[in-house]
Write a new protein. Structure first.
Length: 545
């Protein structure tokens, strides 16, 4: 379209990689992608990790990060081709005509500067506004984005606001210079579902009010369906499908798109708990060292062999803190942890080696949970040496068996974490936990950083391993779709307390307490208009109270 604000033609992007022990080689990341975007419209870019979503988004500013290079094609913004533009002109374009909202606002803001100073910086630098006018525009945007105390919130430092508030401040930063195009790169992925609703609606309203065009990058199709006019599905650098949001959601043409649409529909028929729990948390109250306030209050729950207890709640509700108490990393101030028929030492240092072995943990970020300088075989082999004293051929045989268990195979044994995909890394972490032959595994948000289809594979793997090994899972998550797919029982936590607890059927059936109702209603649904319905329902409830 000749009048499109953004035109991308046959875009090709590549990078040079340096595999350990091999010569550097060039790889293609994006293979000839083309699309148009009109002013006032939102195009959603969706696909698995490595599909090229963020790379394409950054290319609309003629930018390639981490050694990435635009190797071909054209990018037109406001009628001019920007890939051959001088650095001086690009500096004028970035942060004024085209702006960017990253996934992690906390990592993007300077912690030593006040929020207002950072929000108005680009506008002043580009001489678009005086400082006074830029501050007035920022306050107006804070108001539109639903931030509390819009007149004064800019005087705070980034650590003095919540994650959802800071993400909205970053949206204000992007909108302040009156750009023509905003690139939203996973802006709600790191947020709880309850906070995500507010941020999504704030972003959608801001786009509508300001008339900017937007690229919205995410791996969650249900989320992008709420804000986008059109959706482009990407996979391994290729465009799989491009159409209106309604067509992509309700009548996908390609098998890969259909898989993305259906991935959230998996359900698990929960089993009733057995009479004898393998682990019991009894009336635990805890606080962090050096503080004088409790972060857990009288928490009780049970884990049963071969079953999954899902612990859900927003950030700060006490989910991971409960796990820390279970493992002895945070000694309880009151209450106790009972494993089978014995009470465990509150402190990790007082636990026997078997106590340590029988409760294992799989972490959210597989990238930081593994030593990048160790091979997969070394990583999996360490528990075998520590707990069972295995050496030589016996150890290598068991490593091969564990790699088969996680459906990877012995050929991965000599690879390093950097040579694995996100899903493969998480599988290695699962194998490391299984190597100890535990009776309880704590899964702390193990799928939240993964793409939907990869996460689905990990959940299937965990379920199959549980059936065979009869291990009990404590599954920490804020994703209710995941809970429906894996849980037998559920504990809902809020502000350090268990506010609802029971079998999945009991917890997910009305009547609900206020917080559980809020949590369940905040899970994005794969249908158009869902976001507006939820926001309107909350307004009516608020007015009624």
């Amino acid at each position: 379209m000749s009048d499109a604000l953004l035109k991308v033609r046959d875009l090709k992007i590549g990078a040079r990689v340096y595999p350990p022990g091999e010569k550097p080689r060039d790889i293609d990341i994006v293979h000839g992608v083309s699309f148009d975007l009109e002013k006032g419209k939102v195009l959603g870019l969706i696909g698995e990790s490595g599909a090229g979503k963020s790379t394409i988004g950054l290319a609309t500013m003629a930018y390639g990060r981490g050694g990435v290079e635009i190797t071909g094609g054209e990018v037109w913004v406001n009628g001019r081709e920007i890939l051959g533009t001088s650095l001086k002109d690009l500096r004028q374009l970035r942060g004024t005509e085209v702006t960017y909202v990253s996934q992690s606002a906390a990592a993007s803001f300077n912690p030593a500067k006040k929020i207002m100073e950072q929000v108005i910086e680009a506008s002043i630098h580009a001489s678009k506004f005086s400082k006074k006018d830029a501050e007035a525009r920022a306050i107006d945007l804070f108001t539109r984005l639903g931030l509390p105390d819009p007149e004064t919130i800019g005087d705070r430092y980034p650590h003095q606001v919540s994650g959802g508030q800071l993400q909205r401040c970053m949206t204000a930063l992007a909108l302040c210079p009156e750009p023509d195009l905003v690139v939203f790169d996973e802006p709600t992925t790191a947020l709880d579902v309850t906070t995500q609703i507010d941020v999504l609606m704030a972003i959608k309203k801001a786009i509508r009010d300001t008339g900017v065009a937007a690229l919205y990058i995410t791996h969650d199709l249900a989320v992008v369906a709420q804000v986008s006019d059109e959706i482009m599905v990407l996979r391994m650098g290729d465009m799989v499908e491009h159409g209106t949001t309604d067509q992509i959601i309700n009548a996908p043409k390609e098998e890969y798109t259909s898989d993305l649409v259906s991935v959230r529909s998996r359900k698990h028929e929960g089993k009733p708990p057995s009479d004898n729990p393998v682990l019991t948390i009894e009336h635990v109250t805890a606080r962090y060292k050096g503080t004088n306030f409790d972060v857990l209050h009288d928490v009780s729950m049970e884990l049963h062999a071969g079953q999954t207890l899902a612990v859900v709640g927003e950030s700060g509700s006490g989910k991971s803190t409960t796990a820390r108490v279970m493992t002895g990393l945070l000694p309880a101030r009151e209450g106790q942890i009972v494993f089978e028929d014995r009470t465990l030492s509150a402190d990790l240092k007082g636990r026997a080696r078997d106590d340590l072995r029988e409760i294992q943990m799989i972490y959210q970020m597989a990238d930081v949970a593994m030593n990048p300088r160790q091979t997969v075989g070394t990583i999996i082999g360490r528990p075998l040496e520590f707990y069972f004293g295995m050496r030589g051929a016996e150890k290598h045989k068991r490593i091969d068996e564990l790699l088969d268990d996680i459906e990877m195979g012995a050929e991965f044994k000599d690879r390093y974490p950097a040579e694995l995909s996100g899903g493969q890394k998480q599988r290695v972490c699962i194998a490391r936990a299984l190597a100890a032959k535990p009776k309880v595994i704590i899964c702390d948000e193990v799928t939240s950083a993964l793409d939907p289809l990869v996460a689905e594979d990990i959940l299937k793997l965990l379920h199959n391993l549980q059936k065979r090994e009869q291990v009990a899972y404590l599954f920490i998550t804020h994703d209710l779709a995941t809970v429906r797919a894996i849980a037998d029982s559920i504990a809902v936590m809020y502000q350090g307390r268990v506010v609802r607890y029971g079998t999945k059927a009991e917890v997910l059936s009305p009547p609900f307490d206020d917080y559980t109702d809020l949590l369940l209603s905040s899970v994005p649904e794969m249908r158009l208009g869902w976001l507006e319905e939820v926001v309107e329902h909350r307004k009516m409830e608020s007015a009624g109270n």
